[in-house]
Ligand binder design. Structure first.
Ligand code: PRX
Length: 631
């Protein structure tokens, strides 16, 4: 038996041999000529010359052995619907969607923006894009019109696919109305919009010649057989936007072959998910976890995947465990916030159901605190594996790898670097390797392994500068996370080094939120920081300077302005970015060169020492922050 340490060492010392072996887990229409081309660092090209297709690997390949096995189980506790699709049925639906898109002129390399709730049609469209070589860009339904418009302008899609509405906690979210608004704001809107009508928004309006009905189009292609578009391994499969330090989201571009291999390998070595088994990932298709582990990963592995629309506590806090029991879920993947929500409820909800099928629960997306880790491991009586990764990497950077070796779990730690990652903890000042127990920047020595981002969509320079520009004399990928390693080699993640915050596992840039706050006509400037929150991990908190302060003289006036600003954020960015509170000040703490001292503000807001203040322009500004926080 190989130990995990040996497995990892081989993945670093013999990259080509290691990944050539993993590449056998997927189908290649034409085998790769070269495993790795790293002639143009830091751009890594994996499985060069190989031709494959993500849709083929997810569906067609399984038709012979498991055509009648369930591929997708859809459960909505919002609408009460429950449906399942066998591999054969899913294959048919995907071909219909592919034919429909082709009839609208969508082909290889064209972008398709998908703005959809958690419904099977979203999966059909995503897989149909993969089939015909179109590049999907799924935007999370919680983002508002202006955010969607910014993504449209960057991706310049030929087509958008949406639904009339979604539902959250029984409340309808009007997706199509939001799409209309985003198209009005966009400079490069798509020519066509396909709408799947769920009957959730009866007042939905359509635009003649631009808007088309999914069901009507589908009816024209019931027996469609759409041939696969084989793609060279390094061609783009999708773009997924993510937040960073600037207000402008980055389009993470993913390849085809490297992603297929990375996912197939992770299903085997990390998730221990085999063909015929069931995986339930509670994320959203709009996030990277949804891409990798609701859609592609489990299907590539020949598993049944569960697509769940709803929250973890409706109709009650037992709903997820009921799903595990009823669908014999073997592998589950969720996020710490969801577990903290469940922790507020009686653990009897967990014990009510037969969880015999479940092997592991994986958690990711934000720091998992020790008490929550201990609580869920105890309540489930199963190994709960914290693993750490990013939209950029597409799969785990740090994880226990139980498919290779069952190493002991340490509470609060995502264990060790996953195979393929040459992980370094580097001192911020001089890029030297940190000592045991010393806090440093989590970095990856390139080349990045298969599955990680190929570049920033349309902006190679931004890719190099953003991710490989942290250290002056060392070209390494920065995760922008702090971490430490203990004497046993276990890693712990200690939060971001940049202005990104993590609200209930949703990654947001404080700059994006500031820009949304500034859209209110009475706001002159503001600073947004993330503050610790016992449920959501972090929450944004805003400090704003009003242009006209007369309204702030009364408590009601202040409350009213705060409410208006919050509504502006909802409208610009989406309710996920809404600050917990907006404090009004007349001055923001800045350095003499005009940089807002966000870290000092954050420290004060979390009751910590504000740190080095020698560069502050006017100490009275910090006093105002202190006073605002104490009222
Ligand atoms: O700060 C880290 C945090 O989430 C960031 C990545 O977020 P996102 O791009 O949305 O990808 C999520 C994919 C699971 C990281 O830079 N993060 C993610 N997982 C963990 C984590 N922080 C601590 N522990 C984790 N397990």
């Amino acid at each position: 038996m190989t130990t995990y340490r040996e497995f990892h060492r081989r993945s670093i010392e013999d990259k080509e041999g290691f990944w050539a072996e993993q590449a056998k887990l997927v189908h290649w229409e034409r085998p790769p000529v070269k495993v790795l081309d790293y002639r143009r660092p830091p751009f890594a090209r994996w499985f060069v010359g190989g031709e494959t297709n993500l849709c083929y690997n997810a569906l067609d390949r399984h038709l012979g052995a498991r055509g009648d096995q369930k591929a997708l189980v859809y459960i909505s506790t919002e609408t009460g619907e429950e449906k399942s699709f066998s591999y054969r049925e899913l294959h048919l639906e995907v071909q219909r969607a592919a034919a429909m898109m082709r009839s609208l002129g969508v082909g290889k390399g064209d972008r398709v923006v998908v703005y959809m709730p958690m419904i099977p049609e979203a999966a059909f469209v995503i897989l149909a894009c993969a089939r015909i070589g179109a590049i999907h860009s799924v935007v999370f339904g919680g983002f508002a019109a202006a955010s969607l418009a910014a993504r449209i302008d960057d991706a310049r899609p030929k087509l958008m696919v949406t639904a009339d509405g979604g539902s959250r906690m029984g409340k309808v979210v009007t997706y199509k109305a939001l799409v209309d608004e985003s198209i009005r704001l966009a400079k490069h809107p798509p020519g066509k919009v396909v709408i799947f009508r769920r009957g959730l928004d009866p007042s939905m309006k359509t635009v003649a010649r631009r808007d088309l009905d999914y069901a009507e189009l589908r009816a024209n292609h019931m027996n469609a057989q759409v041939p696969l578009t084989w793609l060279e391994s390094n061609e783009p499969s999708y773009i997924l936007y993510t937040s960073g330090t600037t207000g402008r989201p980055k389009g993470v571009q993913r390849d085809v072959g490297g992603y297929a291999v990375a996912l197939a390998a992770s299903m085997k070595h990390i998730y221990c998910g085999g063909a015929g088994e069931t995986m339930f990932t509670t994320s959203d298709i709009g996030w990277v976890v949804g891409h990798s582990y609701i859609i592609y990963g489990p299907l590539i592995a020949g598993m049944t995947t569960v697509l769940y629309e709803g929250v973890p506590i409706r109709p009650d806090a037992g709903i997820w465990w009921k799903i595990v029991q009823d669908h014999k879920v073997n592998v589950m993947f969720s996020a710490p916030t969801a577990i903290r929500v469940l922790k507020k409820h009686d653990p009897a909800f967990l014990r009510k159901y037969d969880l015999g099928s479940l092997k592991h629960l994986f958690l990711a997306g934000e720091p998992l605190d020790e008490p929550t880790h201990a609580w869920i491991a105890e309540a489930l009586g199963k190994p709960v594996i914290d693993h750490y990764w990013q939209t950029e990497t597409g799969w785990a950077i740090l994880s226990s790898v139980p498919g290779v070796e069952k190493t002991p779990i340490k509470l609060g730690s995502p264990s060790f670097p996953a195979y393929g990652y040459d992980l370094k903890l580097l001192r911020e000042a001089d890029a030297a390797e940190a000592a045991t127990g010393e806090k440093a920047v989590v970095a990856i020595a390139p080349p990045l392994p298969p599955g990680c981002m190929s570049t920033v969509w349309g902006d190679d320079e931004r890719f190099v500068k953003t991710y490989f520009g942290t250290f002056r004399n060392k070209q390494v990928y920065s995760t922008f996370d702090w971490g430490i390693r203990d004497a046993d080699g276990y890693y712990f993640i200690l939060g971001r080094t940049d202005d990104v915050i993590n609200v209930a596992g949703h990654r947001l840039g404080t700059r994006e939120i500031e820009e949304a706050v500034n859209m209110h006509s009475n706001i002159a400037e503001c600073a947004v920081v993330g503050v610790a929150d016992s449920l959501k991990g972090q929450m944004p908190l805003a400090f704003a300077v009003a242009k006209d302060a007369t309204r702030l003289n009364s408590a009601e006036g202040r409350k009213a302005l705060e409410r208006e600003v919050m509504e502006t954020v909802d409208k610009q960015l989406g309710a996920i970015g809404r600050p917990k509170a907006i404090h009004f000040v007349t001055l923001l703490p800045k350095t003499r060169s005009g940089k807002t001292l966000r870290r000092s503000i954050q420290a004060l807001a979390e009751g910590r020492d504000p740190g080095d203040l020698t560069t502050i322009e006017d100490p009275a500004a910090l006093e105002q922050i202190r006073n605002a926080l104490s009222t």
